[in-house]
Design a protein around this ligand. Structure first.
Ligand code: HEC
Length: 142
């Protein structure tokens, strides 16, 4: 094989590798245009507005007793901190980057919360509820 052929092959390989990595990036990026906008309500707090909305949809799996993925939503601190993934569940000030919002809005495949096959018992959050969580996070997750 001469030099020219070798470098052509190398360039082809690089082009293919580039397209594949671009594709995986696209697949992994949640489509945040599908999120409901943050609610306009001011002064949103965990105790008053957010904790009650976890009650039916999240608390059975993410409460004190054997929480799934070691993630608890029964205190403000734990809700923000996240679980065994070691990722923050709430990125304070950035609701569109917060796993809790993206998972609840079904924008991350395999991480839809509540899990899709459990929704007969644990209903999905409504768009209004997700909008309120966004407002809470964007206002500083107080
Ligand atoms: C029926 C049980 C169940 C319910 C209800 C449920 N989850 Fe989960 N959740 C899980 C399981 C199981 C995992 C681990 C999934 C995995 O890592 O593959 C998980 C993981 C998570 C994580 C990742 C935690 C980490 O850092 O590892 C977040 C965030 C989360 N859930 C949020 C929620 C929210 C918000 C709700 C309510 C809207 C909810 N979940 C309702 C079972 C549940």
């Amino acid at each position: 094989m001469n030099m020219l052929n070798q470098s052509t092959l190398l360039v082809r390989g690089l082009v293919v590798a580039f397209f594949f990595s671009a594709l995986t990036c696209l697949a992994a990026d949640p489509d945040i245009s599908k999120l409901p906008p943050a609610a306009t309500k001011q002064g949103v707090t965990y105790e008053k507005d957010i904790k009650p909305l976890f009650e039916n949809s999240c608390l059975k799996c993410h409460g004190a007793e054997r929480p799934k993925s070691k993630y608890r939503v029964d205190s403000r601190e734990a809700t923000i901190k996240g679980g065994s993934s070691d990722d923050l569940a709430v990125v304070v000030g950035k609701s569109e980057k917060s796993p809790i919002v993206l998972f609840s809005a079904d924008l991350v495949e395999e991480m839809e919360m509540p899990p899709i096959d459990k929704r007969d018992k644990y209903p999905a959050l409504t768009r209004d509820q997700i909008a309120l969580i966004r407002a809470w996070i964007d206002q500083g997750a107080k």
